[in-house]
Ligand binder design. Structure first.
Ligand SMILES: [Zn+2]
Ligand SMILES: [Zn+2]
Length: 332
């Protein structure tokens, strides 16, 4: 049964979809070329950058500036994805000023996971098709065997990004296309990704007054940070649709993995999120670690966030079932 809360959420963009019409996805060779280039630049290269940073450990172990730059950039780009790209732009679960929207879209771009409008389109498609045909990164569509499961995991975690059907932004993100400041940030996507490398490199070079500082700031604040954050984001597609707990009936096979929550800004309460996609809170309870939501609450306390949507205890309780029941109800 769909709660009133979720009906309200759905109505946010079903009207938009009705007027936009058109193809659901585009399979254009030019788009696939761009996807492959993006994959090698921002999904494969950070792995080699991280290996380079590890290989240089004996010569130049990271000092306090590099570790601080790595952590700070991880937080900035991680909150950009979690509070910005995901909870604000994709799900409209809270509202803020245009200035804060712009800053969050820039911060999210620094994660190297795509420009804001195409990320939102892909993510809305994931919710629409959740673990069924058309879900670009489901790990559950490769067959029942152990090898199929492994193939599914690799696809969901990494290889789906090489080239995939591209959700039509006219259909999936018409609301964002009307926001000129977001279109403008999206157009400069590669500039923001580059800034995510330049800032930590310059900060470490200035603090250490050396070329070595520039290199290690680039590696630790840029490459290692991007690699670590990407692992967390990709785990939501792979692990959080394969292992973990379920407590609601959802059409997809999403799971909650509580121990992962501090490592990925609370996003690993992924099953909660699929059950209540319009909620700004993914933990759905104060005692569950959910830094993405805490950040939104902090902005709220500063007067920079309002209309923060969270389902009531009664709405959550009304949909809660046991782990086993969540499966048996799904298969009906
Ligand atoms: Zn999901
Ligand atoms: Zn979502």
């Amino acid at each position: 049964m769909t709660s009133h809360f979720e009906q309200e959420y759905q109505s946010l963009f079903t009207e938009e979809l009705a007027v936009a019409g058109g193809k659901q996805v585009l399979n254009d060779p030019y788009l696939h070329r761009l996807q492959r280039r993006h994959f090698y630049l921002f999904d494969v290269l950070p792995l080699f950058g991280t290996l380079a940073a590890l290989a240089l450990l004996a010569w130049r172990p990271p000092g306090v500036p590099e570790l601080l730059a790595c952590f700070a950039m991880w937080v900035v780009s991680g909150l950009g994805i979690s509070a910005g790209y995901h909870r604000l732009f994709a799900h409209r679960s809270w509202q803020t000023t245009r200035g804060t929207q712009t800053l969050l879209a820039i911060a999210g771009a620094m994660a190297g996971q795509g420009s804001v409008i195409s990320w939102v389109a892909m993510h809305r498609r994931h919710h629409e098709r959740g673990d069924r045909d058309g879900d670009m990164h489901s790990p559950n569509l490769h067959g029942p065997g152990k090898r199929d499961k492994l193939r599914g995991f690799l696809h969901a975690h990494f290889t789906w990004m090489i080239a995939h059907p591209y959700p039509n932004v006219l259909r999936y993100a018409p609301d964002l296309l009307r926001e000129r400041h977001l279109v403008s940030v999206g157009r400069r996507y590669y500039t923001w990704v580059a800034l995510g490398f330049v800032l930590p490199a310059l900060a470490c070079a200035l603090l250490e007054r050396s070329w070595g500082g520039l290199l290690s700031g680039f590696l630790w604040g840029g490459m290692v940070r991007m690699f670590m954050l990407a692992q967390g984001i990709w785990s939501l597609n792979s692990f959080c649709h394969l292992i973990g707990r379920r407590c609601f009936v959802t059409r997809d096979r999403s799971r909650n993995i509580g121990w992962m929550a501090p490592l990925i800004f609370g996003e690993s309460w992924h099953h909660n999120h699929h059950a209540f996609p319009g909620s700004a809170s993914f933990g759905l309870a104060w005692y569950r670690i959910d830094p993405g939501f805490w950040f939104i609450r902090l902005l709220g306390a500063l007067g920079l966030a309002w209309n923060i949507k969270v389902p009531s205890r009664e709405q959550i309780d009304a949909r809660t079932v046991t782990h086993a029941a969540s499966w048996s109800a799904d298969s009906q």
